[in-house]
Design a protein around this ligand. Structure first.
Ligand code: OFO
Length: 171
């Protein structure tokens, strides 16, 4: 059984992961409107991954015989000044999600909830990758510049990203 405060925070995290998907889908739509289909593809794949993350928390709460309670998801921003600003926002968002995962991990430790602690281990590792992949594109945008052939080449590269569902963590 889940303790009440752990259950509540896992429910908050379902909302956080869903909000991540909503944010990246909004960024995908903005990139489409900017005629950058490769960037839009990268964000769309990212949104799909976030929905899987939300589902993992959803399933875990049920496995532990908890109750999933969904809250409101705030509307995401819809405009960014440039591709660089959008990816800087994506990176900052991932830093926030990392902080949430670390907070949850600390909570599980404090209440000796070992199954939740083990479940969260996958997300601790995942967040290292999430931050690194957003930051890699920030660095490329800074290096290549945001106009002309650099942007076109990066758009082609980001267009090759495909969605592969993450393997479920052991519980
Ligand atoms: Fe779910 O990792 Fe990004 O937000």
């Amino acid at each position: 059984m889940l303790k009440d405060d752990v259950e509540r925070e896992l429910n908050v995290q379902i909302g956080e992961e869903t909000a991540s998907a909503w944010l990246y889908l909004s960024m995908a739509a903005w990139f489409e409107s900017m005629n950058l289909p490769g960037f839009a593809n990268w964000m769309f794949v990212q949104a799909q991954e976030e929905l899987v993350h939300a589902r993992m928390f959803y399933d875990f709460v049920h496995e532990r015989r908890g109750r999933v309670i969904l809250g409101a998801i705030a509307a995401p921003p819809t405009e960014w000044a440039s591709p660089l600003e959008a990816f800087e926002a994506a990176f900052a968002h991932e830093v926030h999600i990392t902080e949430r995962i670390h907070f949850l991990t600390g909570l599980a430790d404090r209440v000796a909830d070992y199954p939740t602690r083990v479940f969260l281990h996958w997300f601790v590792t995942e967040q290292v990758e999430e931050e690194a992949s957003a930051d890699e594109i920030v660095q490329k945008l800074r290096m290549l510049g945001e106009t002309g052939s650099g942007l076109f080449m990066l758009d082609r590269e980001l267009g090759t990203r495909v969605f592969t569902p993450p393997a479920a963590p052991a519980t």
